[in-house]
Design a binder for this molecule. Structure first.
Ligand code: FAD
Ligand code: SIN
Length: 470
């Protein structure tokens, strides 16, 4: 069990955080800043959740790292557009959440860089974004870099106490006010912990037999980027919370089909940043979609064709990078090459159709003509005269279950809300466990962002509640 020291007399006035992913650690950081002792309960043996796997980066605008200044409301507009039809219900609530997210984005990036020392100096443009605003560093993948930096900082504080291998099983209430949680400790004993609670326990993308089967039975058999694990939203509905958008599940278009284990239901993500830096997608040797369309649209374009396998439900799409794109995404690609998920080869190994595709793509880019598929940003792609000998980097990818947009309805103060939109006293929620912020489709890079923005708000609010009772 991973744990740090807690003075016993502090437990009388401590805050409880459920989950040690980015939302939980962001909340804990604020609690510590406000001098509040915090106990983080984590189900897994190690901290970090899905957050530690994040591969493309965190959105922020405007920041010092963006090469192109963007209009103040562009990120807001892109998010609303991507949320789609869902915006027609709970419109004001959603607009407020999206404003909080996007207006807090630059502050979130600067907090990580300036106060926690994370390198986020590289910026790429992902699908559905009208500007490059997804930040990562030159070194380790962004999720690992961010979680490591927050853990390093938190571990310095005697106010921070992390208990791993502890599963929260129940929210404790007294006259509708949340007063703590019940959990199973590493020895299998049921324990109670008292204090206000921040739920940061993640999404239900790994809950294939439970919440996914209940809300999206049509996705049965899809592989996933999420380890199998039950969702925790029901713990909060038992305490009166309202769920929203539970059937909005994000199918990411590019999970690697590992040639060594092609039917594995758990897949490595082919980070969207590969397409953002210039990568293209081929189906039977031809491009078929603007690769920087939203995830929803790219995935739908693939799944509307015949699948190549039914269990797991898979398609065979080729993700291709030229040399210049490889160089821009080198640290990612080198890792995928090492894992055997991509290979370095030449166009001759692909198909005659593929060579023709590269030739017409080269003309589109060099003549600056309109891409017939509507792609406007070509990243670093620089293959001007493709020949059978031209070097390319290739991996086979398929759509995968990745993220759940639905969850517990919150407001801009990260307060968990009831069916009649009232605050449930003593509990806050942040990160992927929540719903409503992204509507029908989340933009790449906006989950790490929601974790930092709403996690920090939850920490501030909970500290205020402990200090003032309000
Ligand atoms: P998590 O990080 O999943 O943490 C939740 C924690 O709660 C887990 O550790 C879990 O064990 C714990 N927990 C759950 N239930 C209980 C319980 N009952 N008791 C105690 N503990 C519990 N988003 C981006 O914005 N940019 C990216 O580049 C990006 N890349 C991604 C790559 C991959 C491979 C994946 C899978 C996701 C990626 N995402 C990305 C999405 C993003 O990482 C997640 O949505 C986000 O990190 C969720 O953070 P969280 O803190 O809400 O939950
Ligand atoms: C990815 O790297 O493609 C995932 C980014 C995200 O989920 O935001």
């Amino acid at each position: 069990m991973f744990s740090t020291i807690l003075d016993d007399d502090m437990s009388s006035k401590c805050a409880i955080v459920v989950g040690s992913g980015l939302a939980g650690l962001s909340a804990a950081s604020q609690l510590v800043k406000h001098n509040v002792p915090v106990r983080v309960l984590e189900r897994a043996a190690k901290p970090g959740g899905n957050s530690i796997k994040a591969s493309s980066g965190i959105n922020g605008a405007p920041t010092n790292f963006q090469l192109f200044a963007e209009p103040g409301d562009a990120f807001y507009s892109d998010t609303v557009l991507s949320a789609g039809k869902r915006m027609s219900s709970f419109t004001t609530e959603r607009e407020n959440l999206i404003k909080t997210l996007t207006e807090g984005s630059a502050g979130a990036v600067h907090w990580l860089v300036e106060e926690r020392g994370v390198d986020l100096s590289k910026v790429a443009q992902l699908g559905g974004h009208s500007y490059a605003r997804t930040h990562r560093g030159a070194g380790p993948p962004p999720g690992f870099a961010i979680i490591s930096a927050l853990m390093k900082s938190l571990k310095k504080s005697p106010l921070f106490h992390l208990q791993t291998s502890c599963t929260v099983t129940k929210v404790l209430q007294e006259k509708k006010r949340v007063i703590g949680v019940e959990y199973i400790d590493p020895n299998g004993n049921y324990e109670e912990l008292h204090g206000p609670v921040i739920f940061a326990s993640g999404g239900f993308g790994g809950d294939a037999k439970g919440l996914l089967a209940q809300y999206r039975p049509d996705l049965a058999g899809y592989p996933s980027t999420n380890d199998p694990r039950p969702g925790t939203q029901p713990l909060l509905t038992e305490a009166g919370a309202q769920l929203i958008d539970m059937d909005s599940v994000q199918v990411h278009p590019t999970g690697f089909v590992d040639p060594a284990d092609p039917t594995s239901p758990l897949k490595f993500l082919a980070a969207e940043v590969l397409r953002g830096e210039g990568g293209i997608l081929l189906l039977n040797g031809k491009r078929f979609i603007n690769e920087l369309n939203t995830r929803e649209n790219v995935a739908n374009a693939i799944t509307s064709t015949s699948s190549t396998s039914e269990l797991p439900r898979q398609w065979e799409v080729q993700l291709v990078l030229d040399e210049a794109t490889y160089n821009a995404a080198k640290s990612h690609v080198d890792f995928y090459l090492f894992k055997g998920l991509m290979r370095k080869t030449t166009i001759s190994e692909l198909s005659v159709e593929a060579l023709e595709t590269f030739k017409s793509y080269a003309i589109t880019i060099s003549d600056n003509t309109e891409d017939p598929l509507g792609r406007k940003f070509f990243g670093n792609w620089a293959l001007k005269e493709p020949t059978p000998e031209s070097v390319v980097y290739v991996g086979t990818v398929t759509p995968i279950i990745h993220y759940t947009m639905g969850g517990v309805l919150i407001n801009e103060k990260s307060e968990a809300l009831t069916k009649d939109s009232k605050r449930i006293e003593g509990v806050w929620s942040a990160g992927e466990i929540t719903g409503g912020i992204h509507g029908g489709n989340r933009l790449g890079g906006s989950s790490l962002l929601e974790c930092v923005v709403f996690g920090r708000i939850a920490g501030d609010q909970c500290a205020q509640y402990l200090n003032t009772g309000k």
